[in-house]
Design a binder for this molecule. Structure first.
Ligand code: S3P
Length: 422
């Protein structure tokens, strides 16, 4: 399984803000993460791949970024772009951020509000506050108390990364807890950070600014969001049995596993350990009957990237699956709510969008045979191809190039499991 994308981005960015040399094992070598590595180089850090696949980052220290000579291009990656915007916002340098046609459509204004409060200035933006954008980082960053208007780990992380350079305490109060890799890694590098529950589903994170981050090793565990594709393939292709090794089980990432278990999936945890501050497990999957379920909106942050592949599993289930509260899916690499519904419908599955909910009427079988529009979205492409493994007729995608952003080994890995790509 490829390394976790969220942790890989953070390892490069935080490594670049430490003093000393950070060694990263298992870094995801997908296009998104490679672009973040390039940005760190442009901002003055040394980023190198050495023997046996280990990556080494020599940092510049908190607040120490140099002004980049050219535009920072994040390709397809919202995470890379937004996290680096946060890190740059706390440094007295100007940088221009850009990306591909998909990233240029995604909202950035939500991020600029807190970064401007911290002291960054927006010098130029594309239409509607979108990319390309030039940001002047703060000379004297201010600590803020921030309550994100949407559940977004990218937003939270950008504010914490900017707050690193501010004196005093930067606080983020989330109404709904999102993935906490930034917090865990900040603590790992020696920052003083407190995280406590807030309300029914939220967290309050307090970071003491201007720490000296000290380089440390990082072992990147396997990405549960990537594991989701072979995992669902094993559940829907009759008579399959598969073991996935070393999958990260951070509870803020495992909503899909919970949901599939409620659908009747046979997912057995065969071993569990902790590595680099994250719990990891080997999972044994066996194909079997699935039933429709209702997925509560509160679960969305812990499986935000998994709805397209869950919708595929729901198509092969018996009964209706209702996935609630998916508004954020509209602003991912594509309008993923619409793209997922379209992927199912063209392949003969009955599905509808009701407000922010996706409803899939599973009939235990999928006719397939259609070509899916992927809209520059890696997760739509992989979901459609997994659907094709168990559909009555093969499923085609209009473009498989974006799979390399997060899962460059997807095709050979699936071929190794018996998939036939034409
Ligand atoms: C990510 C956060 C999520 C997720 C993305 C990775 C991260 O985005 O969709 O793939 O690494 O912080 P949002 O924070 O915008 O929900």
């Amino acid at each position: 399984m490829p390394g976790d994308k969220s942790i890989s981005h953070r390892a490069l960015i935080l490594g670049a803000l430490t003093v000393g040399e950070t060694r990263i094992l298992g870094l995801l070598e997908g296009e998104d993460v490679i672009n973040t590595g390039r940005a760190m180089r442009a901002l003055g850090a040394t980023v190198e791949r050495r023997g046996e696949g280990a990556w080494h980052v020599r940092g510049v220290g908190v607040g120490g970024f140099a002004e980049p000579a050219s535009t920072l291009d994040f390709g397809n990656s919202g995470t890379g772009c937004r996290l680096v915007m946060g890190a740059v916002a706390g440094c007295p340098v100007a940088a221009t951020f850009d990306g591909d046609a998909s990233l240029r459509k995604r909202p950035m204004r939500r991020l600029l509000d807190p970064l401007e409060r911290i002291g960054a200035r927006v010098m130029a933006t594309g239409e509607g506050g979108r990319l390309p954008m030039t940001l002047q980082g703060a000379r004297d960053p201010m600590p803020i108390i921030y309550e994100p208007p949407v559940a977004s780990a990218q937003l939270k992380s950008a504010v914490l990364l900017a707050g690193l350079a501010a004196p005093g305490e930067t606080t983020v109060i989330e109404a709904q807890a999102t993935r906490d890799h930034t917090e865990r890694m900040l603590s790992h590098f020696g920052a003083e950070l407190r995280s406590e529950t807030s309300g029914a589903h939220g967290r309050r994170v307090v970071l003491r600014g201007q720490p000296e981050l000290v380089a440390a090793s990082i072992a990147v565990p396997a990405d549960p969001s990537s594991a989701a594709f072979p995992l669902v393939a094993a559940l829907i292709v009759p008579r399959s049995e598969l073991v996935l090794e070393g999958v990260m089980m951070n509870p803020l990432r495992t909503g899909l596993f919970t949901t599939l278990a409620e659908m009747g999936a046979q997912i057995e945890i065969v071993s569990r350990t902790t590595e680099g501050g994250e719990e990891i497990a080997d999972l044994r999957l066996r194909a079997g009957e699935l039933r429709g379920v209702s997925v509560p909106a509160e679960r969305a942050p812990s499986m935000i990237d998994e709805y397209p592949i869950l919708a595929v599993a729901a198509s092969f289930a018996n009964g209706t699956t209702r996935m609630r509260g998916l508004k954020e899916l509209r602003v991912k690499e594509s309008d993923r709510l619409q793209a997922t519904a379209d992927m199912l419908r063209v392949n003969g599955v009955e599905a509808e969008i009701e407000g922010d909910d996706l409803i899939v009427h599973g009939r235990g079988r999928v006719p397939g045979g259609a070509r899916v529009a992927t809209h520059m979205d890696h997760r739509i492409a992989m979901s459609a191809l997994v659907m094709g493994l168990a559909a009555e007729k093969p499923v085609m995608v209009d473009d498989s190039a974006f799979i390399a952003t997060s899962f460059p080994g997807f095709v050979p890995l699936m071929q190794g499991l018996g998939a036939d790509f034409g």
